[in-house]
Design a protein around this ligand. Structure first.
Ligand code: GDP
Ligand code: MG
Length: 602
């Protein structure tokens, strides 16, 4: 297909605006997927994504559309993940396009990710085609939504397409807008040799890695030997093809086209998103711009509840890693939790997704430690070390200063919740930057705050303080020095390593107190009195006491309820078998929930 008849585009939107539904309608209308094959929301394939209503993996779909001008066009829809954790992948897949549909829910107007995604599309110089969706709903206010977009993002909404993806209204207008407004791809004039951008890769048990790419220069044939420019690895291509969205093998692909290749690649880490593919026999002098290796932002210890499951956990992590280049792990040995892994993630959603997959797909019962960000510790010797585990912090005497990662957050909320959200941000050391009104009833609040303050329950708090109405987006803005201290928890005099957290000195006491109080409810009573303490170094800053247990465990139930008594006794009998707890040196068995308490502290 000549570039003049190719259009490469993506759909960008806030979650639930109707992206998957619109994609389905486009595929249906162009005959790429027949109604019979049409499973709802074709592009979201992972079961987990479907359940959570989020898209974490990109895939592409090629459609043939005969436009009103009589020409038949190839439209390549490149799907982008919908979450900020994957913003590097989003930006790479946007780079594979010339245009983006900016989908706005006409009942909601501008939302947090609408903003973030629109900015990404603008930064990548894409032509933006605005679409107002859900116009079938009585609550739709397309005029007002359009006004918000013009005001906040500054794009012209006069030619916005109005759709109901659900009812199939405005689909042809959308296709026409893509053909007319998205520019065709062009080759860089002086570059004839192959340069293709990897915008996604996927691991398949049978074929190995499937690489999804967009060709910028030159031609790729199925007999070619290719080279990945970032790591220099070379492979003989076994198959190339297009996604209709079912894979369809072809002989060759040229400038502007989007496709997949299979070449006996063993792990997605060898074919990194953002890298450039060239020919081994005739390599391009320069890769396409913008490649970077994504680095994990959030770390957590993951341990099997049952030490006997260690090998299964390792195998599961290795399996997930085949398909997830951003997942990082290494061995970790904790005195309290035994053998496990220190794992690194792009962000909190990525962490949640991985843990959920380990627990559901691999049937593992896990104990996880509080997520930690990566601190930059400047030592008195004058060097800098990166610390992602509070237990690994050097002794205070050798620390010159600690820097922590900051993020800029944007919260969009109905104005009546502005007060509670400002309190929330301030309680998490947020620095107020700006507040803007979208309309009389909705505002954007902008803060800069430590990423470490977001890794506990910030998002849940935001939702509960705004009755579910506020939205959040954030992006990293670099490191800043902070007065941080390591807070340890000691149970009966024993510091439980896996419970240590780094926190700001000003909040240490309050955090210590609340942790002690909550652990008091969870740590089982013993035959002796047990102290639960929060410490900084050897200094105790908060403490609680668990009183000794009387011999008869049922004594505290004033005789009455027989079934409860029975249950309690049964539970006590089973106690020894409960895998989800950890024995300390003192013999005290700490249940798994105790580690969860640390996760949701503050
Ligand atoms: P995504 O998260 O952006 O992919 O959104 P989905 O396509 O999953 O849609 C979210 C919800 O909105 C689903 O329940 C859809 O059925 C519904 N939806 C999508 N488009 C429309 C529309 O035009 N009208 C109405 N009434 N509902 C829609
Ligand atoms: Mg979706």
């Amino acid at each position: 297909t000549p570039p003049s008849r190719i259009r490469n585009f993506s759909i960008t939107a806030h979650v639930d605006a109707g992206k998957s539904t619109l994609a389905d309608r486009l595929l249906e209308r162009t005959g790429a997927v027949s109604a019979r094959e049409m499973r709802e929301q074709y592009l979201d394939s992972l079961e987990l994504e479907r359940e959570r209503g989020i898209t974490v993996k990109l895939q592409a779909a090629r459609m043939n559309y005969t436009a009103r001008d009589g020409e038949t066009y190839v439209l390549n829809l490149i799907d982008t993940p919908g979450h900020v954790d994957f913003s590097y992948e989003v930006s790479r897949s946007l780079q594979a396009c010339e245009g983006a549909l900016l989908l706005i829910d006409a009942t909601k107007g501008v939302e947090a990710q609408t903003l973030a995604n629109a900015y990404l599309a603008l930064e990548n110089n894409l032509e933006i085609v605005p679409i107002l969706n859900k116009i079938d709903l009585p609550a739709a206010q397309p005029e007002q939504a359009a006004q918000e977009v013009e005001q906040v993002i500054g794009i012209d909404m006069r030619d916005a397409v109005r759709t109901s993806a659900k009812l199939g209204l405005g689909i042809e207008e959308t296709l026409e807008a893509i053909v007319k407004r998205v520019p065709p791809p062009k080759a860089s004039a002086e570059q004839a040799t192959l340069r293709a951008l990897i915008f996604d890769s996927d691991y398949d048990d049978y074929r190995g890695v499937v690489v999804y790419f967009r060709i910028f220069d030159g031609t790729l044939r199925k007999s070619d030997r290719i080279r990945f420019m970032a790591n220099g690895r070379e492979y003989d291509v076994g198959e190339i093809g297009v996604l209709t969205p079912k894979p369809l093998p072809v002989e060759e692909l040229s400038v502007g086209e989007v496709g997949y290749l299979v070449a006996g690649i063993k792990a997605v880490a060898h074919a990194r998103v953002g890298d450039t593919i060239t020919l081994a026999t005739d390599p391009a002098p320069e890769p396409l711009p913008g490649y970077k290796e994504v680095k994990p932002m959030v770390f957590s210890g993951i341990f099997p509840s049952d030490a006997g499951m260690y090998n299964q956990l390792r195998d599961a992590l290795e399996k997930l890693k085949l398909n997830d280049a951003a997942l990082y792990f290494e061995n970790e040995n904790s005195p309290a939790l035994g053998f496990g892994f220190r794992c690194g993630f792009l962000g909190l959603l990525h962490l949640d997704v991985v843990i959920e997959r380990l627990e559901t797909e691999y049937d593992l019962d896990l104990v996880t430690t509080a997520p930690s960000v990566v601190y930059q510790v400047h030592t008195t010797r004058g060097d800098m070390i990166e610390v992602d585990n509070p237990c690994k912090l050097p002794p205070p005497t050798s620390i010159e200063r600690i820097e922590e990662p900051y993020v800029r957050i944007e919260m969009i909320t109905p104005t009546e919740h502005v007060g509670p959200l400002m309190e929330l941000a301030q309680s998490r050391r947020g620095e107020f930057i700006d507040m803007r009104f979208l309309t009389e009833t909705r505002a954007v609040l902008i803060y800069e705050m430590p990423l470490g303050e977001m890794v506990s329950d910030f998002f849940d708090q935001l939702k509960s303080r705004s009755k579910g109405y506020a939205g959040l987006d954030y992006r990293p803005i670099g490191y800043r020095p902070s007065d941080l201290v390591k807070l340890d928890i000691a149970i009966h005099g024993e510091v439980v390593d896996a419970m240590s957290v780094l926190c700001h000195r000003s909040g240490a006491q309050a955090l210590g107190r609340s942790l002690c109080q909550r652990l008091l409810e969870i740590v089982p009573r013993q035959q002796f009195k047990v102290a639960i303490q929060a410490r900084i170094g050897s200094k105790v800053i908060a403490s609680e006491h668990l009183s000794a247990l009387r011999k008869d465990v049922t004594a505290k139930l004033y005789g009455g309820d027989v079934t409860r008594k029975k249950k309690l006794l049964e539970k006590q009998k089973r106690g020894k078998k409960l895998a989800a707890e950890r024995a300390l040196a003192s013999g005290i068995r700490v249940p798994k929930e105790a580690f969860r308490v640390i996760l949701t502290a503050k």
